[in-house]
Design a binder for this molecule. Sequence first.
Ligand SMILES: *[C@@H]1O[C@H](CO)[C@@H](O)[C@H](O)[C@H]1NC(C)=O
Ligand SMILES: *[C@@H]1O[C@H](CO)[C@@H](O)[C@H](O)[C@H]1NC(C)=O
Ligand SMILES: *[C@@H]1O[C@H](CO)[C@@H](O)[C@H](O)[C@H]1NC(C)=O
Length: 416
Amino acid sequence: MTSLHCSILLVFVFVFVFVFVPVPTAHAQIGLVLPLRKDSKTSQFYTTFQMGSHRATINAVADLGGEHLWLSCDGYTSATYAPIPCDSAKCEVAEGIGCIGCNGPARPGCSNNTCGAASGSPFMPYLTSSGFFEDTLSTKDRVELPEILFSCVDDDYLVGYAAGATGMAGLGRTGNAFHKIVSGRMNLPDRFSICPPASGIGKLTIGGGLPAKSEISGLLKSTPLIVNEFPGGSVAGRDPSHEYFIDVRSIKVAGEAVEVKESYFAIGKDRTGGTMISSVQNYTAMHTSILKPVARAFDKAAADMGMRSAAAVAPFRACYRAETVKRTAAGPEVPAIDLILPGNDVYWRISGANSMVEVDRKTMCLALVDAGSRPETSVVIGAHQLEENFLEFDVAASRLRFSSSLLVNNKSCSRL
Ligand SMILES: *[C@@H]1O[C@H](CO)[C@@H](O)[C@H](O)[C@H]1NC(C)=O
Ligand SMILES: *[C@@H]1O[C@H](CO)[C@@H](O)[C@H](O)[C@H]1NC(C)=O
Ligand SMILES: *[C@@H]1O[C@H](CO)[C@@H](O)[C@H](O)[C@H]1NC(C)=O
């Protein structure tokens, strides 16, 4: 046989294997379960899966505000890869932006007549324009999902993301979001959950819910996800309405309501304000007029617990001598910060390991940063505050189910 025949046969085998093997039923019920690991330098979380006929390993940073899956396609080769043509039904569904060409040689990420994609990063002041492509996603658990939509970016677009990341899994509220494509391919409802670990391996689950007899279902509270529809401006080319907002009404520290004007929490007419969740911002950032009274109340309650102040270490405002802070299995024992949500007794508790950061062996700081007096969003809950919290985004029903720190109940994301 000539090598041409061989490669045609090879293509046929790959197409056959990937397209015609149905998703095993067990996976269809629990959805796609992917590992989630922490990058300690950036506090970002990344997931790992395989793409294409060579099963190239992809480490994609999970971004709750990201529009779609994008990959660095430098060096990517696959026999099952295909560009989405312009003027195709798929391009229309993907809401492609124009038609992209490339001066060759043809390779993944470089083809003519390709459905245009605008890919964004919170670390870049511009969108990068590359086409939409699709290929088979597979996992070590032998799940194979053909025709998973992604766009290609150059290596240098990975600036700001965890070292070793080769892509970004966009988990925003968009039609092309990674969860939406995957759950659609599995005929499952559009929902996903993250359980980002502080150490060990957590989970990103797409499509499936918690098992009925899960140990943590009793810990979960639920709150509506708010859509911030007409953003006043866009940061780094991103549309804030892709992010998930929740309706935080007030904040309690050690059980006491902190005095903050309610209007700071609301989403204003210009669409600024509100509280959103970010998996790519390292620490929770608050409007100065919220952070100041929260830090003051925390400091007072901390002093009552015998914590002794230390000189502040930027960017943190309130720091303590580590030797005066009691340690527990759930992290440092410090005053709890509760984000109060609508409804009876619904709050997100920030405690222990989520509240504090060890800046050196002698100093521990309250892990909140100042977003200034005119931030676009009043409170951005950051990655450090998401660690060891289970969060289920039921996008179809617009609800968030969340656990607060699992460590408090002697559970963890790696043992879920
Ligand atoms: C795209 O078309 C142009 C003009 O016909 C051609 O020069 C170029 O090589 C093509 N690119 C690819 C990737 O095939
Ligand atoms: C948090 O992230 C910002 C922006 O990426 C970075 O400049 C800063 O150094 C990080 N903060 C800490 C304490 O690591
Ligand atoms: C916490 O959970 C682990 C593993 O499930 C168990 O071995 C340990 O006894 C538990 N600790 C407490 C204090 O309940």
